[in-house]
Design a protein around this ligand. Sequence first.
Ligand code: OAD
Length: 247
Amino acid sequence: MIFDEKFISKLKNARSLVFFTGAGISAESGIPTFRGKDGIWNKLKPEELANFNAFLKNPDMVWEWYQYRRKIVNESKPNPGHTAIKDFENHYDVSVVTQNVDNLHGRAGSNNIYELHGNIERNYCIDCLKPFSIEHYRAESKGVPKCLECGGLVRPDVVWFGEMLPQKIFADAERKAEHCDICFIAGTSAVVYPAAYIPVSARQHGAFLVEINIESTEISHHVDYSIFGNSGEILPEIYKAARSFFN
Ligand code: OAD
C-alpha cells in the first residue's frame, strides 16, 4: 500500500499517537455497526434500547438485547486492526480512545485504553451502584437480574443516550488528544458528541489527523488525510510502514 508522503514523514517523526475508534474497527470481527449499511439503528430505535427511561419501562427487553450483544462479542475475536494498534506500542506512546463497549482493544492487549461509552462486560446496580461482572449473570438466564446486595435492578455499565460520559476518563482522553502528534480516526461516523470532540481537540492543538473508513464521513473534510478501506487491512499496512523506520 502506498501512503501520502506528508503522512509518512509525520509518522516518522511522531512520538505520540491517539487512535479514536468506533464500531467500524470491530466490523471485521463480526460485530455490527450502528449506522450505515446493515447498521443496528436502521432496524432498532436507540431511544427504546440505549436509554435509561427505556430500561425503567422495559428492563427485561433492554437487558435481553444487551445479553444478545454480549453473546456476539463473546463469540468474536480482535481483528488485525485491533492487533496493529497494539503493535504500535512497540515504537510509540499509544492511547486508544474508543467509543466501543466490546473490549476488543483490551483483548488485543492495548495498554492505554479510554472507554468513553463504558464496557459491556460490566454491570452495576442502579440503586446501590455495586458492580457485577458478566460472570455473575449467565447469558442464558432470562430477564433483568436483581442486585445481590440490595435487590435493585442491574444494568449494563455502558453510557446510554442522554447520560454523562465518565468524566475523568473523558478528561484524560482529551489531554492525550491535546498532546498527540497524530490522531487516527478509525471506523467511526464521528457524529456522536461529546466523544467526537476528541479529534477536534487533537486538531486544535496541532495534531495531524488521519481518517480510516470505508466511506467518507462528517469529519472527512476536516482531516489532513483520508484513507478509504477496511481498518483491518489498512492499520497493519501503516504499522508495517512505521516499523521500517525503526529497523
Ligand atoms: P457508527 O455505526 O456510527 O459508525 C461506524 C463507522 O465505521 C461508519 O462510518 C462506517 O463507514 C465505518 N466502517 C464500517 N466498517 C468498517 C471497516 N471495516 N473499516 C473501517 N471503517 C468501517 O459507529 P460509531 O461511530 O462507533 O453510542 O458510533 C458512535 C456511537 O453511536 C456508539 O458508541 C454508540 C452509537 O449509538 C451509544 O450507544 C451511546
